[in-house]
Design a protein around this ligand. Structure first.
Ligand code: GLU
Length: 449
């Protein structure tokens, strides 16, 4: 019988989410929803110094902004007793051993190994300590950290992202699971939680592959079912260089401030690394039925802000009024209705561009007409029909202006557009004119006239 699908997204609330985390969240969510499975949001907040409630709240807000929801929520800080119980089980099974090296001593060992061209794997010196030596060290006031004793056999699994993976015994250090102060490290807490929350699939970046090797052994040692794993190549910048150092500046908060639409970001991240280009009408829900982890390639995908901007515009051009009504109101565009949005959306690359078109229709704009067109524009103003206006007013006016001034083509339309909208491009003037009304049009064509 296929197992029940349950995934988890496990951010550490030590900072804002960035595009890399968001991609992992989006892919986990799509995978779970495609399989009619569940999503657990897990706050990895065991680092008490760096984790804050503010970051936790910001992460939750960012996920909601993306349109991601979850069925279950847990904080690791609330599960210490479960980690303690797991530690006891491992100690009883003889899989956890106390170590007393300081970090300076460990650094030195690593340097010597590297100097001899050997992998910097922990040498298990602490396993040779007799219980008298251990007692003596503790009597000196030294408290141990605890390492998990890996078995002397290779660790293998079939990765849903990378295919068969194998780690040779002896190439991995016995991982530290418990710190000197008794607190669990990520490797332990993550496995206990994945095991006890019945996580079926762990989908994350390939920077975790080596963690997975030791975690698989830990799942087994603790008697939990081992989930399936999928490791995805990490994104690189458009220049092909690692993104990790720039990720701080790619927080969702920053992207939101830059006017990135959540739908554009989710569509972009959901397709990145596949052979399919994102479309302007790809909603997160709409991407669920076609989602397939197998579509993701092995090459590191390039995160390209230019492409995201381009997609952002395509998304905006198709967004229905219902998706923007509240935000237009929040921008102070009181009364911005469906007709307004449909008239201007194709000229918005960012939602706030709608503000300009709102001022064109209902407010004031910077004059942008060229001085040499003043006489032409004054004549066009004189020919402006009386109100009431309707959908045909514009065409009738243009006929009159053509006949009255002899101008046509660009020489006719560009000065009118610049005077009326302050932009060389934009929505049809015929749509805008009735929205701005005669008084406003007159002021712009013949200021003070
Ligand atoms: N909190 C870990 C991280 O942010 C979770 C890693 C995992 O998915 O296991 O990297």
């Amino acid at each position: 019988m296929p197992k029940d699908v349950k995934v988890r997204f496990a951010p550490s609330p030590t900072g804002r989410l960035h595009v890399g985390n968001a991609r992992v969240a989006v892919l986990n969510w799509l995978f779970a929803r495609r399989q009619r499975g569940e999503v657990l949001l897990r706050m990895d907040d065991t680092d008490r110094e760096r984790s804050t409630k503010e970051f936790e709240a910001a992460i939750i807000e960012d996920l909601r902004w993306l349109g991601i929801d979850w069925d279950d929520f847990v904080r690791q800080s609330a599960r210490q007793t479960r980690y303690d119980a797991a530690v006891e089980r491992l100690k009883k099974a003889g899989r956890l051993y106390p170590c007393f090296e300081t970090s300076e001593e460990l650094d030195l060992k690593r340097k010597i190994q590297l100097g001899r061209g050997r992998p910097p794997v922990y040498d298990r010196a602490a396993l040779d300590l007799s219980s008298e030596e251990q007692t003596a060290l503790m009597a000196e006031g030294r408290t141990p950290h605890w390492r998990f004793k890996l078995l002397d056999q290779p660790i293998e699994w079939t990765d849903l992202g990378r295919g068969p993976v194998r780690f040779e015994a002896g190439h991995l250090s016995d991982p530290v699971l418990v710190r000197e102060d008794g607190r669990p490290l990520y490797t332990l807490s993550s496995v206990v939680d994945d095991g006890e929350f019945f996580i079926s699939h762990v989908i994350r970046g390939e920077d975790h592959v080596a963690n997975t090797a030791v975690q698989i052994e830990l799942f087994r040692a603790l008697g939990y079912d081992v989930p399936d794993f999928a490791h995805l190549p990490l994104m690189v910048g458009a220049d092909g260089k690692q993104l990790s150092k720039r990720l701080g500046s790619l927080s969702l908060g920053d992207l939101k401030e830059k006017g990135v639409e959540p739908q554009a970001l989710t569509a972009y991240l959901a397709r990145l690394g596949t052979a399919t280009a994102p479309e302007g009408d790809d909603t997160l829900d709409g991407l669920v039925p076609g989602f397939d982890l197998a579509a993701f390639g092995r090459a590191a995908p390039r995160y390209d802000e230019g492409e995201l901007s381009h997609l952002n515009a395509k998304v905006l051009h198709r967004l229905p009024y219902s998706a923007v009504a509240e935000r237009l109101a929040a921008m102070g565009l009181d009364g911005a209705d469906e007709a307004f949005w449909l008239a201007v959306r194709e000229n918005c690359e960012r939602l706030w561009d709608a503000g300009h078109w709102w001022r064109v229709c209902h407010g004031t704009i910077e004059p942008a007409a060229a001085p040499e067109d003043a006489d032409f524009l004054a004549e066009a103003a004189r020919l402006l029909p009386e109100e009431p206006w309707d959908a045909d007013t514009y065409a009738a006016w243009i006929e009159r202006v053509k006949a009255g001034t002899g101008r046509k083509g660009k020489g006719l339309f560009m000065p009118l557009r610049l005077a009326l909208t302050a932009r060389p491009k934009g929505p049809e003037l015929g749509t805008l004119l009735p929205l701005m009304g005669r008084k406003r049009a007159l002021e712009r064509l013949a200021p003070g006239g």
